[in-house]
Design a protein around this ligand. Structure first.
Ligand SMILES: Cc1ncc(COP(=O)(O)O)c(C=O)c1O
Length: 397
């Protein structure tokens, strides 16, 4: 996509009270002007011309046949499950180390999430564990591209062929990442993106449904539009719209679509900034890893790094019991560091239906993982402060 002449990257100054934030969106006056234009037009509802333009731009960018904007990634996923006919009595295998909203979506359609372990290197679903969990009720496997890093898609697609089940992609964190040259979210039956405020591009709350299957997208389009064919009406294909299926209201407002359009124009620039920061972190933190104070994701294969969006960087703190102390001491130095997902099979609701025993890598990630500041507005100076503080806190000097 060629950025237009309006591309404006002067950020709106942060009000962070001197705290180095773990994540932060990049907005400029371009988003402000875009919102003002929509307000002036009075057309602030959902599924309007700007939303449709963003859908086309995203589809082109991802090389997907259809993209639909929805109110969140979670809603895109739930609508996709519904469109595939997944419901009562069905099972969906997913990693325990993932976001609870995606397990909620499975429950909301009446199916059961089955939690399995992640692989230790990049915390993506372990295909061997997924294979073991398949039963005759299994309808799908959810591939969560954790931190924007691709799951082992070849192994998962082999399971799809062996058992005739669907591979679904949670690409909430993965815009700008690829797997063997294909955009994440476009490889499985369908994928879902998020534009929540922590993501690489942001419109407040919002998501996208991505698929190569036109008929599936048409069903999701009905579901997001209250079970009506309003989209066909807006495109002039029918004279009036009718209630024809069970649906919900998952459309994205034009206000948000206008923000997203500006963000999408900046995607390559923002990703390149993250990549520079991420690679520098890895260089600067390797000595701490060599001294056994933390563990970085391995990033072994250069071609994987080339197609990686550096959504965030996490480290595993050594020794395992030290993570919360380290977070507290970084915060005392005005540096935000955070934990991430809980292991869903250990959470109060997950415990009620998990039958798979302990899942050691998911449990270890929940206890030891720490996210450190990485976003497109992070200055080299602030990054240096983060690394110096990590040396102090982890090595006691
Ligand atoms: C891996 C993952 N999946 C799903 C979601 C849900 O996205 P949304 O908030 O857009 O529903 C998130 C959001 O943080 C996420 O990180």
């Amino acid at each position: 996509m060629t950025p237009g002449p309006r591309l404006d990257l002067v950020p709106i100054p942060p009000s962070t009270n001197g705290v180095i934030r773990v994540s932060r969106p990049t907005f400029s006056s371009a988003e402000v002007r875009a919102v003002a234009r929509v307000l002036a037009s009075g057309e602030v509802g959902g599924n309007g011309p700007i939303g449709r333009e963003v859908e086309r731009l995203l589809a082109k960018r991802l090389n997907a046949r259809r993209v639909l904007l929805l109110s969140s990634c979670t809603h895109a996923y739930q609508a996709g499950l519904q469109a595939l006919g997944i419901g009562k009595g069905d099972e969906v295998i997913m990693p325990s180390f993932s976001y609870m909203s995606m397990a909620n979506a499975v429950l909301n359609v009446g199916a059961r999430p089955v939690f399995v372990d992640v692989e230790p290197d990049h915390l993506t679903i372990d295909p061997v564990a997924a294979n073991r969990a398949v039963t005759r009720r299994t309808k799908a496997i959810l591939a969560v591209h954790y931190a924007g890093y691709p799951c082992q898609m070849d192994a998962l697609l082999a399971l799809k062929r062996r058992y005739e089940l669907a591979i679904l992609e949670d690409a909430a964190q993965a815009i700008g990442s690829t797997y063997r040259g294909r955009a994440l979210g476009t490889i499985g039956e369908f994928g879902c993106l998020s534009f929540h405020q922590t993501k690489n591009i942001v419109c407040g709350e919002g998501g996208a449904f991505v698929t190569q299957r036109v008929a599936l997208a048409d069903r999701v389009d009905l579901i997001r539009e209250k079970g009506t064919n309003r989209s066909a009406f807006l495109r002039g294909k029918v004279g009036r719209y009718e209630w024809i299926a069970q649906g919900d209201n998952y459309v994205l407002s034009e206000l948000q679509a206008a923000i997203l359009r500006e963000q999408l124009l900046k995607l390559d620039i923002l990703t390149a900034r993250r990549r520079r920061l991420g690679l520098r972190y890895v260089r600067w933190l390797r000595p701490l890893e060599q001294r056994g104070r933390l563990r970085l994701p391995p990033f072994r294969r250069p071609e994987e790094i080339a197609g990686y969006n550096w959504h965030f960087l996490y480290v595993m703190v050594e020794p395992p019991g030290d993570r919360n102390r380290v977070i507290a001491q970084l915060r005392a130095r005005n540096i935000e560091a955070t934990t991430h997902f809980p292991a869903l099979h250990c959470s109060p609701l997950g415990r009620q239906f998990h039958r798979g025993g302990s899942l050691p890598y998911a449990e270890a990630a929940a206890k030891r993982l720490m996210r450190i500041p990485l976003h497109a507005e992070l200055s080299v100076r602030d990054q240096q402060r983060v690394v110096e503080a990590l040396h102090e806190v982890l090595e006691g000097h």
